[in-house]
Design a protein around this ligand. Structure first.
Ligand SMILES: *Cc1c(COP(=O)(O)O)cnc(C)c1O
Length: 387
């Protein structure tokens, strides 16, 4: 089956009791047994829920995986994967990792004796250099936030295999529509379902997909033992959201492309970060491993003063100033004062995160309106302030 058909049908069956075409929201905590131990496969809702089952099977299918597990958030899923590690184990990850992942790595798991190393994963050699006999996991994100660094998943799979390490790919920014890491050799895919998969900015959820039976069993054990499971209502909302994932992603990509080119030719814009440009570092890798380039774009202004960026950010009429991404509506964010505020300025500047860097999650509105909004926001305030 092709992607759009799977988005709508995979894992979803009409309700056997009524024929209802949509998976019911099984709002229950427990299931009645006919005799002790005799039941229909469901005992207690932390362990299994039919609405969650449908979603887990659907997401697994979209990632071309055998097993899917959903969690109460992306970080809940991340937590479960890290719990497969033991004291002394080492993890190599990218220096521009999602901030919440960086926090759980260094503030929660490091005190338990797990070691994390952060390198520039755009360069495979840097990862190879960081490998030691204790390296148990390589944790990739691609594209990364906010400069859209591209990491070669197949190359990472080769490095992980040689080192005997597990390759985890956080596929949140691409969604399964743009990229399927399991097909490129990854062992585990993790998603913040909150973003593109749910797609409507109304749910927080995470997911793990794998083809490895042993990992699947271990992670299901952790899901049940630690209990970070999503509720059935949220599972229903995500099942509904995913039915249009392919249509939404097509429009995110179309709009993203038009806006990236608009920004690149704008006289007041300095740099534009979008993996679809020929001169984006590792563009060839992106072209190989992604089906299109997505709707995440960052740009900097020629006038790099913080107050200029602040005024531009306050002038948008359609883009909403907010954290998060991947919803139908366009969002704009300012990493220096929002998502990356905890990183010291000097360190930020080193990785291109200047004061005027603005990040867009391009939604699925009409591109003309989004471009007019960008035009007025960039022009109006920069002009007022430049003298
Ligand atoms: C949002 C996000 C997460 C965390 O997911 P939550 O659902 O917010 O817990 C992890 N990785 C990436 C890349 C994200 O954007």
């Amino acid at each position: 089956m092709k992607f759009g058909t799977k988005a709508i049908h995979a894992g979803v069956h009409p309700d056997p009791t009524t024929g209802a075409i949509m998976t019911p929201i099984y709002q229950t905590s427990t299931y009645v047994q006919t005799r002790p131990g005799e039941h229909q496969g469901y005992e207690y809702a932390r362990t299994q829920n039919p609405t969650r089952d449908a979603l887990q099977n659907n997401i697994a299918s979209l990632e071309n995986g055998k097993h899917g597990l959903c969690f109460s958030s992306g970080l809940g899923a991340t937590d479960a994967i890290l719990k497969t590690l033991r004291p002394g184990d080492e993890v190599i990850s990218t220096h521009d990792l999602y901030g919440g992942s960086y926090r759980i790595f260094t503030k929660v798991f490091e005190p338990y004796g797990i070691k994390f190393k952060f390198v520039d994963m755009q360069r495979v050699r840097e990862v190879e250099k960081a490998i030691t006999p204790n390296t148990k996991m390589i944790w990739v994100e691609t594209p990364t936030n906010p400069t859209m660094s591209i990491v070669d998943i197949s190359a990472m799979a080769r490095v992980a295999k040689t080192a005997g390490a597990t390759l985890v790919v956080d596929n949140t920014f691409s969604s399964p529509y743009l990229q399927n890491p399991l097909d490129l050799g990854a062992d585990i895919v993790v998603h913040s379902v909150t973003k593109y998969l749910a797609g409507h900015s109304d749910v927080v959820m995470g997911a793990i997909i794998t083809n490895d039976d042993e990992y699947a069993e271990q992670l299901a054990f952790i899901q049940n033992s630690c209990g970070a499971v999503p509720g059935p209502q949220d599972c229903f909302l995500v099942l509904r959201g995913i039915k249009t994932l392919h249509l939404r992603m097509q429009r995110h990509c179309e709009n993203g492309k038009r806006i990236a080119h608009f920004l690149k030719s704008h006289p007041k814009v300095h740099k534009v970060y979008w993996p679809g440009f020929d001169d984006h570092l590792n563009h060839d890798v992106a072209a190989r491993q992604m089906r299109d380039y997505g709707g995440m774009i960052s740009f900097t202004l020629l006038d790099d003063r913080l107050e200029v960026a602040m005024d531009v950010l306050s002038s948008f009429k359609i883009f909403s100033l907010a954290e998060s991404l991947g919803g139908v509506e366009s969002l704009v964010g300012h990493p220096a004062s929002m998502t990356h505020a905890s990183i010291p300025r000097e360190q930020r500047l080193e990785s291109g995160l200047t004061d005027s860097l603005i990040r867009l999650s391009v939604g699925i509105e009409d591109a003309e309106d989004l471009i007019s909004d960008l035009e007025q926001a960039i022009n109006q305030k920069v002009e007022e302030l430049s003298y």
